[in-house]
Design a protein around this ligand. Structure first.
Ligand code: CA
Length: 227
């Protein structure tokens, strides 16, 4: 069966362009011009991927992202953000926690289709393996069993450390500012300070031993994982 791609975008010509190219590549396309109608559609549809515009008439793309990630439907739906040049790109690049990738307008449809396929492939790979591995197996995260292995040996992490590590590893190469990490770990209930993130990172690095240096400090910004 053809995979379904959902598009949330209020600019008709962009929707038409993307639809044309995705259908040519064998995808089924559902498009929505605002966030509410898309979220409503999830009661009946379960798309394989979402192309999400940031600037929408009712709610912005970030809001939709957050809503999806919090709920049951769509919490693991891969998302590619469509952003306008300059304005949101930087934020999306490193800061937004919910999206899997982004493309900047104006984009080439061919590139967009390639990104869609890449994200779907990655998603399938992760689902099959249920694990993420770095530096030839130095560090492995078994996301199904909530286990972390360094050089094949199990490392005991707290739930918070596990969540933090999974975030950084899943989006490796992306820089996460302390504030976004706090948001991700504690959401609206956060009563902790920026320094809390540093403390968790410190413990995490110690526990990871030889794999600890995979977590890099980005001066003045936050943290990232890089191979
Ligand atoms: Ca728009």
């Amino acid at each position: 069966m053809n995979k379904t791609i959902a598009i949330v975008e209020d600019e008709r010509d962009i929707v038409d362009l993307i639809t044309l190219h995705l259908e040519r590549n064998g995808f089924r396309v559902l498009s929505y011009s605002d966030g509410a109608s898309f979220l409503e559609s999830l009661k009946g549809e379960s798309p394989s991927l979402l192309l999400l515009d940031l600037m929408l008439p009712d709610m912005d793309g970030f809001e939709i992202c957050k809503t999806l990630r919090r709920g049951e439907e769509g919490s693991s739906l891969p998302i590619i953000m469509l952003t306008a040049r300059g304005e949101e790109t930087d934020r999306v690049l490193g800061l937004e926690l919910g999206a899997d990738d982004y493309v900047t307008k104006p984009f080439s449809p061919r590139e967009l289709v390639a990104r869609v396929k890449a994200v779907l492939r990655r998603q399938e790979g992760n689902r099959e393996r249920g694990s993420l591995s770095l530096r030839d197996g130095l560090l492995t995260i078994d996301t199904l069993r909530y286990k972390v292995l360094v050089e094949g040996r199990t490392v005991e992490l707290t739930a918070t450390e596990f969540k933090l590590l999974k975030l950084l590893v899943k989006k490796r190469g992306w820089v996460f500012p302390r504030e976004k990490i706090l948001d991700y770990l504690w959401g609206d209930e956060k009563t902790v300070f920026d320094r809390t993130v540093d403390v968790h990172i410190k413990h995490l690095r110690e526990k990871l031993g030889p794999a600890g240096d995979l977590i890099k400090n980005v001066r003045g910004v936050g943290y990232k994982v890089e191979e």
